[in-house]
Design a protein around this ligand. Sequence first.
Ligand code: ATP
Length: 582
Amino acid sequence: MFKIVKRLIDWTGQYKKRIYIGFIYAFLHSIFTAIPIMLATYGLSAVLDDFNGKSELNPATIWLLLIAMIVSVLGRFLFSYLRAITQDSVGYEATAAERIRLGDILKRVSLGFFSQNNMGKLSSAVTTDLSFMEMFATNMINTVVNGYITVIVLILCLAFYCPLAGFISLIGVLLSALFLNLLEKHSHKNAPVHQKAQDDMVESSIEYLRGMQVVKAFKQDGVAIEGIRKAYSDSKKINIKIEKEYMPYNCLHLFSLKAVSIAVVAVSAWLTYCGSMDLPVMLMMDMFSFMIFSSVEAMNNAAHVLEIIDATLSKLKRIENANVIDKDGQDIKLKNADIQFDNVSFAYDEKPVLKNVSFQIPQGSTTAIVGPSGSGKTTICNLIARFYDVNAGTVSVGTVDVRRMTCDSLLSNISMVFQKVYLFYDTVENNIRFGNPAATHEEIVEAAKKARCHDFIEQLPDGYNTVIGEGGSTLSGGEKQRISIARAILKNASIVILDEATASIDPENEHLIQQAISELTVGKTVIVIAHRLATIEHADQILVVDAGQIVQQGTHTELIQQNGLYRRFIDIREQAEGWSIA
Ligand SMILES: Nc1ncnc2c1ncn2[C@@H]1O[C@H](COP(=O)(O)OP(=O)(O)OP(=O)(O)O)[C@@H](O)[C@H]1O
């Protein structure tokens, strides 16, 4: 238990000092808890001695005792308050710091990390797991450490009056610690199972909500909800099993404490009966015996919760230890926006995708990438942005190997417009500002005008302050696309990577999107995964990708004359668009 508490204290990092100062306040609080009882005992003895004629009671002594009792009760509240304000907010602060740390790490890992780690696990780590830490981290430190500080102080006070009672109490605490240890062993075994059930529940719920459109369209709610039902039922079964296993040790722990309380009462009564203990001291012992263990009684929950915290800390550590791809990277200011692939080979895990790919893209030119589905077009773009690291060869941007740069410094040179646009649950203005957090309202409006979205934004109920549904659910596909272009325009990066929409967009929307793209790409180095004939035809260079290799490279005029994949591709596109090249 103390090992986990130590781990928890280390986790609080820069706030550790406040936890230790809190322990001092907890110690003083315990002393001030014992003092009023001891003063009351002294007062009662003095009253009884006076009553029995042994010694005369001085009224000043009574007043002094009363004042001392008031001071010690006030002291008790003061130190309780000081401990709370010093320790209790540490959980919130350490959790906030951990959230920022994880966010920063997840931003810098390879995208492959997200395929290897399921979303349920990652989502519950940054949501439920950290909320759990937020609520229980300092609470548990307080329960365990401050609880034992209190019990030790009270046992010492007890031993001062009656060493035998102090010794019995110590045995009680040791016995309870033994049962807590057994309880902990069970919780240790169950904590990862409990956590997995929790992750499965989060993952199946996310999956169900994400796939709601498909569920509705195919009327398959029964099939879709099957996974959730199983996850919820497994979690229920595991929690009941944990509870059942926990009960016997919990009962033994509480029984040992209660039995010792009764033993202390019995010993003090017997000693009083034999004449070796005064009546007031016996009353004090009885009082102590019922309050001495209250701080240790709650340890059963702490032992169980600490095991879950231990498993959570291990999970957070695994994420923190994820391979950050730019840990040796430097902030480099690029001299130009040339892009170069030298013999690049790349595989997703074991699956080879690109083989010895080499090409050059001069600054300010437009390169169209075409090829069959699954040939590796998106992968090439992902490697320019270093979403993954190459297995062999070099990707250079501005003549610098991308591995020499930090992700932030590389990506500050690149704007990406994806087919699948993601908008955040936030205002339209903040969604556009994502391209440049320092942008003013006027700059945002300017970018929105260039991206042809100003007019429809003005029509929204709160204009630029309208909150967009999660993922952009309250906007049309074309509107979302133009907002993402406005973001890219605002970023004003020298390299633009575009994935042209394949889904059919109505002519009006397509026209507006093309105008927005023209505004975005003017004077930039452009790499476009092209589907429209007009884009392909006007490109300075076309890369034809097939099965992870560049099979043809040149301008439209050069490639159309060759009897290769490009010619066949153009024939198909012409038929699809109803075009004909003379
Ligand atoms: N994250 C991933 N993990 C494993 N394999 C992947 C991953 N992403 C893509 N692939 C595989 O790599 C290959 C190339 O994919 P890529 O997305 O680059 O093709 P593409 O040419 O852009 O296809 P499309 O035109 O259909 O978008 C495909 O076989 C695909 O299944």
